[in-house]
Design a protein around this ligand. Structure first.
Ligand SMILES: Nc1ncnc2c1ncn2[C@@H]1O[C@H](COP(=O)(O)OP(=O)(O)O)[C@@H](O)[C@H]1O
Ligand SMILES: [Mg+2]
Length: 600
């Protein structure tokens, strides 16, 4: 039983996979395919009396010996009272083939519709899966793989889907024709099936090879994509250091590997395509010889069976061609399945209560965080009051960014609690809490779109929204710059847009956060990438926001945080001092040394 289950699982796992997306639509497709085959078989069966009519030069009585057991069809007609004359036979043939055409239309159209449905669902699962993917899992994920799966792989899955269903359809035809042939002439068909089974071993061997290569191609594509993304991301660095050529060699090598595997996969495909027909014909020829010389049966008895076999042969060739094409792209399907599962498994855990508004205080209660065994934050005790400005300082690697990641709900504390207005953050639906957060980092987030869409995040340009937009621009001191652009708010930013400086990009990022109605502003080295003049200008903007938002700011340059209400000094994941600037200079030797080093 379990062995049978195993085989069924292996052969039907893909069918099951598609079923999980399509459900009963699959059954309808299946039925339509069966009907196409049956109508065709019936139509063909009616050619036999036709042929024999010609043989008997139009005699009224026809001989249906060549149909074997399928002669029930003409007998049935006679019983119903339809005489087997030329007109009736031709009409019946026409009716069967018209019905076949109708079924074929339904089947082909359903295939296209379901394909769209399937791909749409895959895309949705990916998009939603990534949205719910936890940050912790994201940073450990392979970005090249995500990128590749989202773009190229979806196309390949579409191909795989198409190949699978064409192969399946041919398979159904084979089954229908063979069943009909078996029904009309069991002995002959048994011979062919035994022979076919033997040759199948050869095909299986070649298919196994193709499948292994398909996996290799998918893995190599991920590596290649990953390398390519990094080449684009670090273009400036690679170019200015001359390392770009050495890096290109790495890319070339991976590319060569990829193409080599693709070429070999193509070769096996070509071999399969070439030997299939001769091998099948060999089997049929041998079966006919045994039938005639050994069993001493006439050719006439097998004429209809051969006709069906001819049909089955064409379908079999089609089925094998397409299943080979499918196997060549099955790697993508497996990758997609694994990817969906990973996204599902890596889903972030979130509470359900909607977060409305921050009113009182954030409390970090003996909070600790570790990556596996590596302790990053330890026993953090800190209260942040509403509309307070808190600065976090400490040397690189001391855990500042990690602390903000916890405050934004991206990472969950491993120990202790994070309380927002005395409620544990895990009680809230994380997204509703994050809606109240403005977040600005060193790399300004600028989308390839207009200034208006960048700031409003694609809100409608209603008069109220435009008013809010302009206010956000003013607060971020970027209003004049925007109004100087010929297209004003509709000027394009990003890759295809106007040339904006780092400081201007950063201001647009800030404007976006101010346009949103937020309670918190988190800034992680927001101005570190800017020159000190631009930094101090943006510094003034931030000063103006002080007391209006709850601000947590990480800054490398201490001048930036001189006016913070409180400064938290982190040292190797532990709070080593808290106080305002002057207090810390007095109380903390580490802080006063930092101040000295920066030349105050
Ligand atoms: N994804 C990660 N996996 C393991 N360790 C990490 C990861 N991200 C950061 N760390 C470690 O956590 C520590 C604190 O990092 P971070 O909070 O970014 O420091 P800071 O912002 O103060 O420079 C560092 O030692 C860093 O190596
Ligand atoms: Mg950091």
């Amino acid at each position: 039983m379990s062995a049978l289950k195993k085989i069924a699982k292996k052969y039907f796992q893909y069918l099951y996979y598609f079923y999980s997306y399509l459900g009963n639509r699959l059954v309808l497709s299946f039925l339509l395919s069966v009907l196409v085959g049956v109508m065709d078989g019936f139509g063909l069966a009616m050619f036999i009396p036709l042929l024999q009519m010609v043989d008997n030069t139009g005699a009224a009585k026809t001989n249906t010996d060549g149909m074997g057991n399928m002669s029930f069809l003409p007998s049935l007609l006679e019983k119903v009272g339809l005489p087997l004359n030329l007109f009736v036979v031709l009409s019946i043939i026409l009716i069967f083939f018209s019905l076949k055409g109708l079924m074929k239309f339904g089947e082909a159209y359903a295939r296209v519709v379901y394909e769209q449905f399937f791909i749409r669902k895959i895309r949705m699962r990916n998009i939603l899966g990534l949205s719910h993917f936890s940050f912790n899992n994201f940073i450990n994920a392979d970005i090249g793989r995500i990128q590749n799966t989202f773009s190229g792989e979806v196309e390949k899955v579409k191909q795989a889907y198409r190949y699978y269903f064409i192969a399946l359809q041919y398979g159904i035809f084979v089954a229908v024709y063979v069943t009909m042939a078996f029904f009309s002439n069991p002995k002959f068909v048994s011979l062919v099936i035994v022979g076919g089974g033997a040759t199948n071993l050869l095909f299986r061997f070649l298919q196994k090879k193709t499948k292994a290569l398909s996996h290799k191609i998918t893995v190599d594509s991920h590596v290649f994509q990953g390398l390519l993304i990094q080449k684009v991301a670090f273009f400036k660095y690679l170019k200015s250091t001359g390392l770009i050529h050495k890096y290109a060699e790495k890319l070339t090598k991976t590319n060569d590997q990829l193409h080599n595997a693709q070429r070999r996969s193509g070769m096996y495909g070509a071999i399969l395509a070439a030997i299939r027909e001769p091998v099948v014909i060999l089997v049929v020829v041998m079966a006919i010889m045994i039938q005639v010389y050994y069993f001493h049966q006439g050719i006439a008895v097998i004429i209809f069976t051969l006709l069906l076999f001819y049909r089955a042969l064409i379908s079999l060739t089609g089925m094998q061609n397409y299943s080979n094409l499918f196997i060549g792209s099955a790697g993508s399907l497996e990758n997609m399945t694994a990817f969906n599962d990973e996204l599902k498994k890596g889903k972030e855990v979130t509470g359900t209560q909607p977060f409305e508004k921050f009113t009182d205080q954030v409390k970090l209660d003996h909070l600790s965080f570790s990556y596996k065994e590596h302790k990053i934050l330890q026993d953090i005790v800190l209260t942040i009051n509403k509309n307070e400005t808190i600065a976090i300082v400490g040397e690189s690697g001391s855990g500042k960014t990690t602390l903000i990641n916890i405050l934004t709900g991206l990472l969950k504390p491993t120990d202790g609690k994070l309380l927002i207005d005395n409620t544990d953050l895990s009680v809230y639906n994380t997204t509703t809490y994050q809606h109240r957060i403005g977040y600005i980092t060193q790399e300004a987030v600028v989308f390839n779109d207009t200034i208006f869409n960048n700031v409003t995040f694609w809100d409608q340009p209603t008069p109220e929204n435009i008013e809010r937009f302009e206010q956000a621009l003013r607060k971020a001191s970027i209003y004049d710059f925007v109004m100087m652009q010929p297209l004003k708010k509709d000027a394009l930013l990003g890759n295809n847009g106007i040339n904006v400086s780092g400081g201007q990009k950063q201001r647009i990022s800030i404007a976006r956060e101010l346009y949103k109605e937020v309670d918190f502003l988190f800034m992680d080295e927001a101005t570190s990438a800017l020159d000190s003049e631009t930094e101090s200008e943006i510094q003034e903007n931030i000063e103006a926001l002080k007391g209006k938002y709850t601000i947590v700011i990480i800054a490398h340059r201490l001048s930036t945080i001189k006016n913070a209400d409180r400064i938290v000094l982190l040292n190797k994941g532990v709070i080593s001092a808290v106080g305002n600037f002057d207090q810390l200079v007095q109380d903390s030797p580490i802080f006063s040394k930092m101040v000295q080093l920066q030349g105050f």
